[in-house]
Design a protein around this ligand. Structure first.
Ligand code: PLP
Length: 387
């Protein structure tokens, strides 16, 4: 029997629903924050990556408003044509200063930073080696590069060495990992990876999406905290999580940034972000790098430890929290969904993370803690988790 377009898609959607894997959108009617609204319903939000509570910060909002007034809304074209407005240039410079690198380049999102960068630095005849739990954007970037793809089990350095030995004939080898893994909340074994990649003459790209703004003396990320800044060729991150804005970045040498300006297709063939967004991101970078960032960061870690110390043993994965991300492991997709819905009925937003974001039967509730949470709000969630 022949089925038409609509039927084919409906069939697929029904199959997703049957496996508890169908997703749908929820529309918030308030700004981002510890408390959010969906219409008349108010929720305590334990699902945001706004770790420092900056998404609705007056300095970011004001910077965007000022830029809107001065530059209007649209950037008009790609940055290489006529869309590179002063806020974009200032943002790039502020990121380089914040990260302590020679240069930096902002992208529309972290996703486009990854899919533009990997194919710009490796290609056919090269090899990309990814941690198995690397984010989808890193996998997609590696696929687009047409380099040979290899993976090593999460943080398994012995296996990484084995792959490096097998790939010794590749022209270039790029190892790609994250500093803080988005769905597990644990850290990459960066010091070991740096040692291994130096021994094998490979290059390293570290995605600091969930670490930018919350680790290191200057809050540059985990690479800074571990003293590895000069040893990581490509430092990537986003402005959309702890920075409370939107956009992605690559920080590194002048040569790296010039290659990206010339070769990163997601940068070249896409209209520049609105100057208002760039200006808000610039304000965020300055704030996070300054005393207010330090204060918010201290608040965040106080909340993280408060939550971790009181989390029921059933949900604990380690004694010491490594990040504001706490995966509450469930396994079955249906069960995770049911638990998330029951928390929602009680007024908490805690999403069920399911395949394909994580492996099948690895479903979990992903709790994220923010500097914006009060102790009372965290206590309320803990009380329900104990039940
Ligand atoms: C580890 C990681 N890298 C990259 C990204 C993409 O960043 P953005 O949301 O800015 O596109 C995300 C966000 O989902 C992420 O979790």
């Amino acid at each position: 029997m022949e089925i038409n377009f609509e039927q084919a898609l409906q069939y697929e959607l029904a199959a997703l629903a049957e496996q508890n894997l169908r997703r749908s959108l929820r529309s918030l009617t308030s700004p981002q924050g510890a408390q959010v609204s969906v219409g008349p319903q108010s929720y305590l939000n334990f699902s945001s990556n706004d770790y420092l509570g900056l998404a609705n910060h007056p300095k970011l909002v004001k910077a965007a408003q000022k830029a809107l007034k001065e530059y209007g809304n649209g950037a008009g074209s790609a940055r290489l044509i006529c869309g590179n407005l002063d806020p974009h240039t200032s943002l790039d410079q502020s990121i380089a200063h914040f990260k302590g690198t020679e240069s930096a380049l902002s992208f529309s999102t972290g996703y486009t930073a990854a899919v533009g960068t990997i194919p710009a630095i490796v290609g056919r005849g090269d090899t990309v080696i990814l941690d198995k739990l690397a984010h989808a954007c890193l996998i997609d970037g590696a696929r687009l590069s047409e380099a040979r793809l290899r993976a090593f089990p999460h943080n398994n350095i012995a296996y990484l060495k084995k792959v490096l030995r097998q790939e010794k004939n590749a022209s270039r080898i790029l190892i790609v990992t994250e500093s803080i893994f988005s769905m597990d909340g644990d850290s990459g074994q960066l010091a070991d990876i740096v040692e291994v990649k130096e021994n094998f003459g490979a290059w390293l790209m570290v995605d600091e999406a969930h670490a930018t703004g919350i680790y290191g003396r200057n809050r540059r990320g985990l690479v800074e905290q571990l003293g590895l800044s000069s040893k990581v060729e490509v430092q990537m991150g986003t402005l959309s999580k702890a920075m409370g804005s939107s956009g992605g970045y690559i920080a590194g040498s002048h040569a790296l940034i010039n290659i990206l300006i010339n070769k990163a297709r997601s940068f070249i063939y896409s209209t520049a972000p609105s100057p208002a967004v760039a200006a808000a991101s610039h304000a965020a970078v300055e704030l996070v790098g300054g005393p207010e960032g330090e204060e918010q960061c201290a608040k965040l870690w106080k909340n993280v430890h408060y939550f971790a110390e009181r989390l029921p043993a059933r949900w604990k994965l380690s004694d010491e929290p490594q990040s504001p991300i706490f995966p509450l492991m469930i396994g079955d997709e249906g069960e995770a969904l049911a638990l998330s819905r029951s928390l929602e009925e009680k007024g908490f937003l805690v999403p069920a993370i399911r395949y394909p974001t994580v492996a099948r039967q690895q479903a979990r509730l992903r709790v994220t803690i923010s500097a914006a949470h009060s102790t009372e709000q965290i206590d309320q969630l803990l009380q329900h988790l104990k039940q």
